[in-house]
Design a protein around this ligand. Structure first.
Ligand SMILES: *Cc1c(COP(=O)(O)O)cnc(C)c1O
Length: 468
């Protein structure tokens, strides 16, 4: 037990926490009448909204959508089915849904200069499964980063329960990471590809992209080597889709990628959804993998929200993404100056929205995460590439990960990054009372209640919208 949480050991280094239900019972979450559950649930939602108005949200995979996107999420689209392709649906009642989906496809094509897009995958995980299904067979070899090196659970081996191994039966071999550069090591990757080819186990799929993704991956440098051994080159843009759309990261389709997968809610500021970008020559197999392969309903309210977010990206994306990157560099510098071991200092810490900090001087990532949360600063613990070798695991890793997408959307700029770094220092280095820091965080936060980089923002970012 850690505190009041029982530990469930799932694998070598992934240990998850489950809430203690007895605790919930004591706090009165289990109630006698249906109406009490109903009222309590709505009350919890409102409390969440009230709390988030006051926090500094620094989770790198999160963002805040505009009021228009939230409006789309509350529409009747979320109650409908539209299996198939616009104009060729398996369901009636789709005339407006079809038009929105066609607009969505158009906007995504424009933003990413993509020949073909499928906007039906409902999440990043499902988008990766669509690509695995379209381009590989179970038993094929896929190369990707390991999870401690920034790879996502969708790229994980079977023994870790990762999607690639456990769900699609892929044999995962790792792309080597240069720990200092925090990027894929090109020479060692080439050697590993050649070795696999010599052993008759050439990779069928390369998966670039990561969940810790501070620097553009060497797609251009490695695409040809992968293509020569017969591999498809895919790029998981879950984290950096917004940065790519804003034109300030890399451009994987031009650098040799055959397919790109999206999450629409990380640096791209839409609702939670997915998508696959590719070339016309791969359209049929991707469409078939999506439907009937992976998707029945495709969360049409979210699709409408993605469409709105894409229009916002087209108009404001360049300005927003450049500010995201300026903010992450400024936050990295401000934390570094205050004594934090922000990695990749020699490269300006990051070229994306994300920072990785070795926190071992001050404690473990899990404890630090909890301490900051007490002061209303929301970050997440993260494995460092060398953590497993040093005996650390997911519960108390050596790192924390910070992202600047959401605070940028709230209108913060470089000078606010200084203030945030100071709050973090007061909690972790000065060990000031969390309550005291929290009240200052709340006062700081009052000025940032609107969503920026959107057409309309009459409703506040975290305002609870009641339509009962
Ligand atoms: C977040 C993430 C995903 C999964 O995205 P969901 O939309 O949450 O399913 C996939 N790949 C990477 C690299 C990610 O970081």
């Amino acid at each position: 037990m850690i505190g009041r949480f029982p530990l469930i050991k799932l694998s070598l280094f992934q240990t998850f926490i489950l809430p203690d239900l007895n605790e919930y019972r004591r706090e009165g979450l289990y109630m006698s009448s249906p109406r009490e559950y109903y009222v309590k649930t709505l009350d919890l939602l409102q409390q969440h909204h009230k709390w988030f108005r006051e926090t500094i949200p620094l989770i790198a995979s999160e963002n805040i959508p505009s009021p228009a996107v939230r409006e789309a999420l509350a529409t009747d689209f979320g109650n409908r089915y539209a299996e198939g392709w616009p104009g060729e649906r398996v369901y009636a009642g789709c005339q407006y849904i079809d038009q929105v989906e066609l607009v969505c496809i158009d906007l995504v094509k424009k933003l990413f200069k993509a020949e073909f897009v499928d906007v039906r995958p409902i999440s990043g995980v499902v988008s990766n499964l669509v690509v695995y299904t379209a381009f590989t067979e179970p038993g094929d070899v896929m190369m990707a980063l390991s999870i401690p090196c920034g790879g996502h659970i969708t790229m994980g081996k079977k023994k870790l329960g990762g999607t690639a191994g456990a769900v699609h039966g892929l044999v995962v071999e790792y792309l080597p990471l240069d720990y200092k550069e925090l990027n894929i090591d090109i020479d060692r990757a080439k050697q590993r590809i050649a070795k696999l080819a010599r052993e008759g186990r050439s990779p069928k799929l390369a998966m670039f992209g990561a969940s810790v993704f501070p620097f553009p991956h060497p797609v251009k440098e490695l695409a040809e080597t992968f293509h020569e051994v017969g591999a498809t080159v895919a790029y998981d843009a879950a984290h950096v889709a917004g940065l790519i759309a804003g034109g300030c990261f890399q451009d994987p389709l031009r650098e040799g990628a055959d397919a790109v997968t999206l999450s629409t809610h990380k640096t791209l500021f839409g609702p939670q959804h997915g998508g696959v970008l590719s070339w016309e020559r791969h359209a049929d197999k991707i469409k078939r993998a999506a439907f009937p392969g992976m998707i029945s309903n495709h969360h049409l309210h979210a699709l409408a929200g993605v469409t709105i977010a894409c229009a916002e990206m087209l108009e404001f994306g360049e300005e927003y993404t450049h500010q995201v990157i300026r903010n992450s560099k400024a936050l990295g510098q401000a934390l570094y100056e205050r004594g934090f071991n922000v990695l990749a200092e020699h490269k300006g810490f990051t070229e994306s929205h994300v920072l990785l900090i070795d926190i071992t001087k001050h404690g473990d990532g899990g404890t630090i995460e909890g301490q900051l949360e007490k002061a209303d600063i929301i970050i997440n613990r993260n494995l460092l590439p060398w953590d497993i070798k040093e005996g650390r695991h997911f519960i108390n890793p050596g790192g924390i990960r910070l992202g600047t997408s959401e605070i940028t959307r709230l209108g913060m700029k470089e000078s606010e990054m200084e203030e945030i770094a100071e709050f973090i220092k007061r909690v972790i280095i000065d060990k000031e009372d969390a309550e005291k820091v929290k009240s200052d965080v709340r006062a700081f936060r009052r000025d940032y209640q609107k969503v920026h980089y959107c057409f309309e923002n009459a409703t506040e970012a975290y305002e609870y919208v009641r339509i009962r």
